[in-house]
Structure formats: C-alpha cells, structure tokens
Design a protein around this ligand. Structure first.
Ligand code: ADP
Ligand code: MG
Length: 339
C-alpha cells in the first residue's frame, strides 16, 4: 500500500501563514482576490528551493509552486544558468528575489515547451513573480506519488521505462532540452503513466554542460527501472536513442526493442567516459540529419560526439576531470590551485 499524503486543511494553513513571507502572501492574496484561485488548502511538499501547495480554481485542482527567496540554496544553480543564451542578461545575482523569479520563469517556459510537445508534464497555468501555478497531478486533492514511492509491478516498470525513454528523446529533439535532474524523485506515477516534473534546471541542448547532465539523467532512469524489474537498454544505447540524428523513429523502436534483463553492453566503460562538452557544432543535429537524408556530405554528429569521448581510468578520474573542466568554464583564475 502506497503512502498517501492527505492535503490537510487547518494545520497546513497555519504552516502556510508561518512560512510565507509578506510578498508571497501578497501574491497569493491577489490571486485569491481576483478569483484566479478560490482556495489554497494544503501543503504538498516543502523542499529546499520551493514549497508546493494544493489550490483550487472552480473544479480544477492546481499546484502552486512557490520558490524560496533564500539566496544560499540557489547558489549551486548558477551552473545551470550560466551558458544559457536565454538568461544572459536576466540573471541578477545581487537580488535574490529577481534571481528566484528567473528560476520560476525558467520552469514555466520549460513546462510550456514540454506541454506543447505533448510530453506528460503538468500544464503550466500562470506565473506571478516567484509563484508558478500548474495543473495538479493527482486525484481528489491527493497528489500522485513520486515514482520512488509508487508500488509498481515489473510490467508497469517496463512500460514506464519505454515511455520515459521516448519522452527523453522528444525532450531533446522537439523541445531541445535536457531535464538535468531526472530521476524517480522528479517523476510522478498516476494511472500507469509517468509524469515529469521539476524542470526549472532543465537546460538547452547546446548548454556547455548539457551532455554531462544528460549522462546523469540516463544513468538514473536506467538504474531505477532496471531495479524495478524492467528489462532495459544500456547507457550508450539510450544515449544514441536520444541524441543520434541517424536514429529515426523506426531505428529507435529497434534499439528500444533490444532491452533485456542482462545487459551485455559495456556500460561500465561508458559510465567512465567523459563526454567533452565543447560540442556546439555537433549538436546541430537537425541540419546534419537533413544533410544525411539528402545524401549530402556530412560528418555523422554522433560519431563526432563519440570520437571526442575520452576514456579515463575510473570514476575518481572522471570526477577530477569534470571538476577541472568546470573550473575552466568558470574561467576563474587557476593560479590559486596549488594542491
Ligand atoms: P523541488 O524538488 O524543487 O522541491 P518539485 O517541483 O520537485 O520541487 O516539487 C516538489 C514536490 O511537490 C514533488 O516531489 C511532488 O511530490 C509535488 N508536486 C510538484 N508539482 C506537482 C504537481 N503539478 N502535481 C502534484 N504534485 C506536485
Ligand atoms: Mg523535485
């Protein structure tokens, strides 16, 4: 039996009033006053970076995600925003409230893009500063469980794996995004389907770190569904399935059809490779794919990616290399590094 979190009334309302800062209360008050929301009646989640509340508007259940305006917890997020063309001007480090509003906006836009591409995500409804209203995923005020807490059968795990793989492919190809924090903690399970949430940190596919993020997402997804009893494909195969422009839908079916309970693929090796991130040119996969279809001369971008993969000794080495790369990217003076 899965645990359900009741969306409570009075007790949580008290919490709401305790936790929310005056500005947030003002935003919510206005939403209530205007009738956009009829009630805010329970807390679904209190996280490090945001709280999520259940609200009503007419017969509709709404999830209100309210970002916290504390600067400290947002510090490590710079990594995601730097290198994003969309946010080259709008990221104000000195003003936490503005900074948080940028995150809310990022999540709103990403949700919109994903929703329009037909991915199963909560439909974004409205953005007011650092308050994001979206469709509530759940029933009768009960939020759908996180995939992590859902009791799913091996058969459900298998269909979940297949649909998640297709969503990741669409996310990359149609939305040009990489989730960046995809795991059983940011997927909900309802009526035998996976819903993807928490996309404020999702990055454009040409972000300097996009392929590293994708690699982690891929690892999480394979691990979770494999442990839940699904046959899976290897990391490298899933990577191809998602990004290789030469993999059309028919070929994609084929790759996914090769899932199995005992992988023979050399994932151990793949998980230890470092994917170079200066790959801007190879990610113009649409143009390249067109060229390939028209029989024009081109480098297969995926081959290019793979040829740039450097095999390093182990996870430790991988981590060191990653840190080093990030340091370079931050273009902070390396002179101080004397260890
Ligand atoms: P964070 O992880 O940054 O705190 P999330 O977007 O992951 O924020 O949301 C936190 C939790 O709130 C989720 O784990 C989920 O349980 C719940 N939640 C978020 N969005 C929705 C939604 N649209 N419908 C139902 N529950 C949601
Ligand atoms: Mg989350």
């Amino acid at each position: 039996e899965r645990k359900k979190k009741r969306v409570k009334d009075r007790a949580d309302r008290a919490t709401v009033e305790q936790v929310l800062d005056p500005r947030t209360r003002l935003v919510l008050f206005r939403l209530l006053q205007r009738g956009t929301l009829e009630s805010i009646d329970g807390c679904i989640s209190t996280g490090k970076e945001a709280n999520v509340y259940h609200a009503r508007s007419g017969n509709n259940s709404i999830a209100a995600k309210i970002y916290k305006t504390s600067i400290l917890t947002f510090k490590d997020r710079e990594r995601y925003v730097e290198g994003e063309y969309r946010y080259r001007n709008g990221y104000c480090k000195s003003n936490p409230r503005k900074m948080v509003a940028v995150w809310a906006e990022k999540e709103f836009r990403n949700l919109l893009r994903m929703h329009e591409a037909g991915l199963r995500v909560p439909r974004p409804i409205m953005l007011k500063g650092h308050v994001l209203l979206m469709e509530f995923v759940g029933k009768d005020g009960w939020p759908a469980p996180l995939l992590k807490n859902a009791a799913i059968s091996p058969e459900e795990a298998e269909s979940g794996f297949v649909s998640t793989a297709w969503m990741m492919r669409k996310l990359f190809r149609d939305c040009k995004l990489i989730h960046g924090d995809l795991s059983e903690y940011n997927m909900l399970w309802m009526d035998g389907e996976v819903y993807i949430i928490d996309v404020s940190q999702s990055v454009e596919h040409d972000h300097p770190h996009s392929l590293e993020f994708l690699r982690v997402d891929i690892g999480n997804v394979i691990r979770f569904f494999r442990d839940a009893g699904s046959p899976v494909i290897g990391m490298r195969a899933l990577f191809e399935f998602i990004v290789d422009p030469c993999v059309d839908d028919r070929k994609a079916e084929e790759i996914l059809g090769r899932r199995s309970h005992d992988l023979v693929e050399d994932d151990a090796l793949f998980s230890k490779v470092f994917i170079a991130h200066k790959l801007d040119h190879v990610l113009h996969f649409e143009r390249d794919a067109e060229a390939i279809q028209e029989g024009r001369e081109t480098n297969n971008p995926f081959e290019t990616i793979m040829s740039k993969v450097e095999v390093v000794k182990g996870d430790e080495a991988f981590d060191d290399l990653k840190k080093e790369k990030m340091r370079e990217d931050d273009s902070e003076g390396t002179a101080g590094d004397t260890e």
